[in-house]
Write a protein that binds this ligand. Structure first.
Ligand SMILES: [Zn+2]
Ligand SMILES: [Zn+2]
Length: 200
């Protein structure tokens, strides 16, 4: 960050590959921890601090929501965050002491702002927020994944378009059909019983 200087308007773009942080996952998909994330960030000096505008490309690994096959893909996210100069932090620190205890461990202050720690700034929280929002709830191995056969469970992509089953009733449905027939019989029996009682 030293290269950037503090003159408002000066800017610097950096490109680097960084290891993905832990715990970037949803139920079916994740950014594997430690995987290479391609990062390009433009740092721009503004009057209160540094504005970081980044683009990241992260690899994804998980399971197709339709056919459950293992799949890999990638996600591209953009993020922007303002990091305040440390002087601003000290001013705020005094201000907050009057009202409430300021938590030094917090990366953001009470207004949700990040602060520069010396000449370093931590891009991970901004990157993490952007990726979590971009992860697909229902990842697909391909956009038109046909999923699994509802009757036998084979992946329809492997089985081919000719995959069919006989129109014969599935045994599970046949069992239900039997149950419902029995139900009708019992119903009729009860009705017969009722008539018997009346007659008795
Ligand atoms: Zn699939
Ligand atoms: Zn089938």
């Amino acid at each position: 960050m030293r290269q950037l200087g503090r003159q408002a308007g000066s800017a610097l773009t950096q490109t680097r590959t960084v290891p993905a942080p832990d715990d970037l996952r949803l139920e079916l998909i994740e950014v594997p921890a430690g995987a290479d994330v391609a990062l390009e960030v433009r740092f721009e000096a503004v009057s209160e601090g540094v504005l970081a505008t980044g683009t990241a490309i992260a690899p994804l690994a998980g399971e197709c929501a339709r056919c459950l096959a293992p799949m890999t893909s990638s996600v591209t996210v953009g993020f922007q965050e303002l990091y305040l100069y440390a002087e601003g932090r000290h001013d705020k620190h005094e201000k907050y002491d009057k009202h409430e205890k300021y938590d030094e461990q917090e990366e953001r202050d009470a207004e949700g702002l990040y602060h520069l720690d010396g000449d370093l700034l931590d891009l991970e929280p901004a990157f993490r927020d952007a990726v979590v929002l971009a992860l697909p709830m229902s990842p697909l191995c391909r956009e038109d994944c046909p999923g699994l056969c509802a009757e036998c469970g084979v992946p329809l992509a492997d089985a081919g378009p000719g995959h069919r089953h006989d129109a014969a009733v599935d045994p599970r449905w046949a069992a239900l059909q039997q149950l419902s027939e029995q139900g009708d019989d019992e119903h009729q029996d009860r009705r017969t019983g009722a008539i018997d009682l009346q007659e008795g």
